[in-house]
Design a protein around this ligand. Structure first.
Ligand SMILES: C[S@@+](CC[C@H](N)C(=O)[O-])C[C@H]1O[C@@H](n2cnc3c(N)ncnc32)[C@H](O)[C@@H]1O
Length: 385
């Protein structure tokens, strides 16, 4: 895939300038909650280069990682949403952006009454490598020849392992606002893998970004200005969602889709979307005789492992899927049917995916079940006859 040879440099240069002087062309109208903006210095608000507001999907107490945090606006909003019990880490590669964000962090902390935001220098496609630590190593081991370069490469690998910028399985929610498109195409799979790596099991990504309705032409990809302007690096709507699937996420959902394009270039529409995607479908599948009933309204649906659920049909599921389907993106869509006699997890066998999708009620109740019972007495609650 072709692209400007100086993608990173052109992105860094453009955002270094935009950290000093607001650039209107990089801004997309977003309806941030004014009650959070009140606590954020005007300089940060003026240097806003976002296209959505992933902070709307955060909860109190969560640990949040913001990719490409810029001057820090989403971090400062997130800081107020997650509260004093939560934590926010912003990552950016551009020193001038980090300077503005770090300088304003104590001002926000004074206004809200607690300090729970920090900013770190790194590239979002390599969240293990702390670029400040690498800078220190480079001072101690300057590069004069190829051997020095290889030595520094080894040091970088060591830093990734022993002092990672962001540890694996440490984050509740990864957010980002208008940044993923700026990463080089060949590094995009690694970027999504990194988001997956740093999330805890059960964590989620909430990403606002620019996507295109058609594939971007080679000529547009070669245009460094269009690239750094969040245009040429945009994935198509379909490829954006597929990138989450390919990295192992489930429950991938377009929680926001702007029907109006932000910009149209050579007939291709570029618009803002926000995607939420969950980590946690990996792991052993145990047979505990559980079933779920998809409640509709669609006639049938497929999950991210290709399981099909027909409306109103008792589907046999493993323990892991049983739990997933009652939470997160699926909450409220499935009725959970537990067996009459619970199978203890330590006694459970491997789930047989080949057995077929239906769970006969006799499997749930037991083959010898022949009880006849009285109607359940619900008169006391007054809710039924
Ligand atoms: C369009 S601005 C968005 C800034 C911020 N999220 C906001 O809402 O205002 C893109 C930011 O991502 C940073 N950036 C771009 N590519 C990056 C990468 N590969 N790694 C880390 N930061 C990156 C830039 O320095 C810039 O601050």
């Amino acid at each position: 895939m072709s692209q400007p040879t100086n993608t990173r440099a052109s992105v860094e240069k453009r955002y270094a300038n935009a950290a000093k002087q607001p650039e209107a062309a990089l801004c997309c109208p977003v309806d941030y909650d004014p009650k959070y903006l009140e606590k954020i210095p005007q300089e940060v608000i003026d240097k806003d280069y976002g296209c959505g507001d992933p902070s709307k999907w955060l909860q109190p107490g969560e640990t949040v990682l913001d990719l490409g945090s810029g001057t820090g606006k989403i971090c400062f909003i997130a800081s107020q949403v997650v509260g004093a019990q939560g934590r926010v880490i912003g990552i950016d590669m551009t020193d001038d952006m980090l300077e503005v964000a770090k300088r304003n962090a104590p001002l926000v902390a004074d206004k809200i009454g607690y300090a729970n935001v920090e900013f770190r220098k790194g590239r979002i496609q390599d969240l293990a490598l702390d670029l400040n630590l690498l800078g220190v190593a480079l001072e101690q081991h300057p590069i004069a020849d190829a051997n020095d370069f290889l030595k520094l490469d080894e040091i970088a690998e060591d830093l990734r392992l022993k002092q990672p910028l962001v540890e694996s399985d440490s984050i509740d929610v990864v957010v980002s606002n208008c940044v993923l498109n700026l990463v080089e195409p060949e590094q995009k799979p690694k970027l999504f893998q990194e988001i997956f790596r740093v999330l805890k099991r059960g964590g989620r990504a909430v990403i606002s970004d620019i996507v295109s309705d058609e594939a971007v032409s080679a000529a547009m990809r070669d245009d460094a200005h269009l690239w750094s302007g969040c245009i040429s690096g945009a994935l198509t709507e379909e490829d954006f969602l597929k990138a989450f699937e390919d990295a192992g996420f489930y429950g991938v959902e377009l929680v926001k889709f702007e029907t109006q394009p932000w910009q149209t270039v050579e007939g291709i529409e570029f618009r803002s979307v926000t995607v939420q995607a969950y980590k946690g479908k990996q792991g052993p599948c145990l047979e505990r005789n559980q079933a779920v009933v998809y409640q509709g309204p669609f006639k049938s649906v497929l999950d991210d492992d290709g399981h099909r659920y027909d409306r109103g049909v008792r589907a046999a599921v493993c323990d892991k899927t049983f739990n997933l389907l009652q939470s997160g993106p699926y909450a409220g869509s499935f009725a959970a049917v537990e067996p009459l006699e619970a199978v203890a997890p330590e006694a459970a066998q491997a789930f047989n995916c080949a057995k077929g999708a239906r769970r006969h009620p006799k499997e749930t109740k037991g083959q010898d079940y022949d009880a006849t019972t009285q109607a359940a007495n619900c008169l006391e609650s007054g809710e039924c006859c």
